[in-house]
Design a protein around this ligand. Structure first.
Ligand code: ARG
Length: 593
C-alpha cells in the first residue's frame, strides 16, 4: 500500500501537471505549522525558478485545480507560495480502513525477503552480565524484531566471548585451589566427572579474583596465558573444565536474557570458529595482501578518503596467536558458508568502531564477504548514571544486570502498591508479575528512546515515572485503552468484531487518525535507518494524542451508539498499533496496572 503522503503527493502532482507544471513539484509533506494545516506542499517555490513566475501565482493555479479533489477539505495558496492542505475526514478514515485490512497495517508483503544476521549481546562467558552489555541486548533485539516485522528472515547470533584469557584465568586459579582435580592430572585417561567442580556463584567469585591477581603477579599471568594456550590447543582437561564453565554460564545468561525478553537463534561463540583460523590465514596468505610487520601478520586497510588514522588489521601476533579481528573474520567465513546472508548487522559499543572498520575492509578486499553482502555496524554509546559516569552500583562497583532489573522492579512495585491503596478500588491483579513487565518496559524504553549512538543517562526516577516520555507511560496508556474496551464489552454489551472506524468528528479524533495513518511511513523509516528510537517517538506522540482525546471525550457514557462504536473502533485500532510497536521494542503490556 502507498503511504498517505505518497497518495496525497500523487493528487498534488496531478494538479501541478494539469496547471501546466512539472509533476515532480507535487511532493506533499507533513505540515510544520500544524496550527494552520495538516499537510503542505512547497513545490511552487521550486516551480517558480524553473518557470520564471511568482510562486504564489503557481500555488494559486494548483489550488484551483485541487478545489474538487476528493482528498482535501481545504487547499490554500499562501505567501510566498506554499500550499496549505487539510485532508477530508472521509478520505482519512477510508485510508485507515484500508490499512486496517492489511496483515500489517498499511504495508504490503515484501517482494524479496533478505537474509539478515544480527550479531548482538556479545557477553563474555564467566563474567557476570553487567550493564555494559545491556544496550547491545536491548537495541539488538529491537533491531532484529524490526527487520523480522518488515518480513525479512533474521537470525540473531549472540557471539559469545568464550575463548579468551578469561577462561585461562579461571582454569589456572582452579588448578591452584583444587590441584587434586583430575582435570589437572596429565596422566588421567578416564571420563571426567559430569558435575562441575564449582557452582555458578563460586565461578563468579573466581574470575574477578584471578583477574585482579594477574594484574599484579607476572608469573601468575604467564601461567594463565599458558592455560589459555593449552585450552586452545586441545588439552583434554582444560577442554572439559571449559565445558563446565560454558554450561553453567550459558544457563545463567539464558535466564538473564529471558527476563529481558531477549532470545537468540544462534548461540555461537568465538570458540566455534577457532578451528577455521588456520584455513583463514592460508586464504588470506593467498590473496597476497597479508604481510609481515615486526613479526606480526597484517593487512593494510587504509583508504585515501580516510580522515582518521587507520592502522593495518592485525591477523596474527608475532607468537602466532590469533586476535579479536581474526575471530571476527573467521566468524564471517562461517556465516557466509552456512547462511550466505544479504546483510550482517553488528550491535556493539561504539568504541569498537575502528575494529569493525578494519574487519569489514579486510573481509571485502579479500573476498571473504562478496560485494552484495552488506556489513553494517551499529555502535551505541554508554549508559551513564545521573553523575554522567558509567552506571555503577551505589558503592561504585560494576552494576550487574540482575540487580539493576530487580531495583527497577522494586520501585515499580512500590508505586503500584501506592496507587492501589490510594485508588480504594478492589484490584486483584498480580502486582509482582505486572511490576516485572513494567520494569522491563521502563528499562528498555529508557534505552531505546535515545538515538543508539548517543550516551544516555539512566535516571531511575525519570524512567519509572508514569508521566512523560517513559515506558510506564506508554503501558499506562495501553492499559487505559484495554480497560475502556473491556468495560464497553462487559457493561454495554458491545461486540468488538462489529465496530467500524468512522469519520472523525472532532480535532482530537482526527489527530489520532492522522497519527495512525502515519504508521507505515514511520515503520519504513525506522527500518531504513535501523532506528528503534523512531518507534518510541511515534508511540509517545500517539499516547499523547490518545490521552488528550480521552480527557475531552466521555466515551463510555456517550448516548449516540453509532458515535460510540466509531470511537471504540478507533481505540481498537490504536491498541493494535501500540501492540505492534511495543512488540518490536521487545516488551509487553499488562491488562491492568
Ligand atoms: N564480547 C565482545 C565484548 O565484550 C563483544 C562482541 C561483539 N561482537 C563481535 N562480533 N565482535 O567486547
Amino acid at each position: 500500500m502507498n503511504t498517505l503522503l505518497e497518495i496525497l503527493s500523487e493528487k498534488t502532482a496531478a494538479a501541478f501537471e494539469a496547471a501546466g507544471y512539472d509533476a515532480s513539484f507535487g511532493k506533499v509533506s507533513v505540515s510544520n505549522r500544524p496550527d494552520l494545516c495538516e499537510f503542505q506542499c512547497n513545490g511552487a517555490m521550486a516551480g517558480a525558478k524553473q518557470n520564471k513566475k511568482a510562486p504564489l501565482a503557481i500555488a494559486s493555479e494548483v489550488a484551483a485545480k485541487l478545489s474538487d479533489c476528493d482528498a482535501f477539505s481545504s487547499v490554500e495558496a499562501v505567501p510566498p507560495g506554499f500550499l496549505n492542505l487539510k485532508i477530508r475526514e472521509d478520505f482519512l478514515s477510508s485510508y485507515l480502513m484500508d490499512c486496517d485490512k492489511c496483515e500489517k497495517p498499511g504495508l504490503e508483503p515484501l517482494n524479496k525477503a533478505l537474509k539478515i544476521i544480527i550479531d548482538y549481546g556479545g557477553p563474555n562467558v564467566a563474567k557476570p552480565l553487567h550493564v555494559g552489555h545491556l544496550r547491545s541486548a536491548v537495541i539488538g533485539e529491537a533491531v532484529k524484531r524490526l527487520c523480522a516485522y518488515m518480513g525479512h528472515e533474521v537470525i540473531g547470533d549472540i557471539h559469545l566471548g568464550d575463548w579468551g584469557l578469561q577462561m585461562g584465568l579461571i582454569i589456572h586459579e582452579l588448578s591452584l585451589r583444587q590441584p587434586e582435580l583430575p582435570y589437572f592430572d596429565e596422566n588421567f585417561e578416564g571420563e571426567y566427572p559430569q558435575e562441575p567442580p564449582f557452582t555458578l556463584s563460586q565461578l563468579e567469585e573466581i574470575y574477578p579474583a584471578a583477574s585482579a591477581r594477574s594484574k599484579e603477579d607476572e608469573d601468575y599471568k604467564a601461567a594463565a596465558m599458558n592455560a589459555t594456550y593449552r585450552l586452545q590447543h586441545g588439552d583434554r582437561g582444560c577442554r572439559a573444565l571449559w565445558q563446565h564453565i560454558m554450561d553453567l554460564s550459558k544457563a545463567d545468561l539464558k535466564k538473564n536474557y529471558d527476563h529481558l525478553n531477549v532470545s537468540f537463534e544462534l548461540w555461537n561463540g568465538e570458540s566455534d570458529v577457532d578451528p577455521l583460523i588456520p584455513a583463514l590465514v592460508e586464504r588470506l596468505e593467498k590473496t597476497g595482501l597479508l604481510y609481515e610487520s615486526e613479526g606480526a601478520k597484517v593487512i593494510d586497510v587504509k583508504e585515501e578518503s580516510d580522515t582518521k588514522e587507520m592502522p593495518p588489521c592485525m591477523i596474527l601476533k608475532s607468537d602466532g596467536a590469533s586476535l579479536y579481528a581474526t575471530t571476527d573474520l573467521a566468524t564471517l567465513v562461517m556465516r557466509m558458508d552456512e547462511t550466505d546472508p544479504d546483510r550482517v548487522i553488528y550491535v556493539v559499543d561504539k568504541r569498537q568502531q575502528m575494529h569493525f572498520d578494519q574487519v569489514f575492509r579486510v573481509a571485502k578486499k579479500t573476498g571473504i564477504v562478496p560485494e552484495k553482502t552488506e556489513l553494517k555496524f551499529i555502535g551505541f554509546g554508554t549508559m551513564n548514571g545521573r553523575d554522567g559516569k558509567p552506571y555503577k552500583t551505589r558503592d561504585g562497583g560494576v552494576m550487574r544486570l540482575e540487580y539493576l532489573l530487580s531495583d527497577i522492579k522494586d520501585v515499580m512495585q512500590k508505586k503500584m502498591e501506592e496507587n492501589k491503596n490510594s485508588s480504594g478500588k478492589e484490584e486483584d491483579y498480580d502486582i509482582d508479575r505486572t511490576a516485572r513487565m513494567v520494569s522491563v518496559a521502563a528499562l528498555k524504553y529508557a534505552d531505546l528512546s535515545n538515538q543508539a549512538t548517543k550516551d544516555y543517562i539512566f535516571d531511575m526516577d525519570r524512567f519509572t515515572s508514569f508521566e512523560g516520555n517513559t515506558g510506564p507511560y506508554i503501558l499506562y496508556t495501553m492499559v487505559r485503552i484495554k480497560s475502556i474496551l473491556k468495560r464497553w464489552q462487559d457493561e454495554k454489551g458491545g461486540d468488538l468484531s462489529s465496530v467500524r472506524l468512522s469519520d472523525a468528528r472532532g480535532s482530537g479524533e482526527k489527530d489520532i487518525q492522522l497519527r495512525l495513518a502515519a504508521f507505515n511511513t514511520m515503520i519504513k523509516g525506522a527500518y531504513e535507518e535501523l532506528a528503534p528510537h523512531r518507534i518510541c517517538a511515534y508511540i509517545y506522540e500517539l499516547a499523547d494524542s490518545f490521552n488528550s482525546f480521552y480527557h475531552d471525550t466521555k466515551i463510555l457514557s456517550e448516548e449516540d451508539k453509532d458515535v460510540q462504536a466509531g470511537w471504540i473502533a478507533l481505540l481498537k485500532y490504536t491498541l493494535r498499533i501500540f501492540e505492534i510497536c511495543i512488540d518490536i521494542l521487545g516488551f509487553e503490556a499488562p491488562d491492568r496496572m
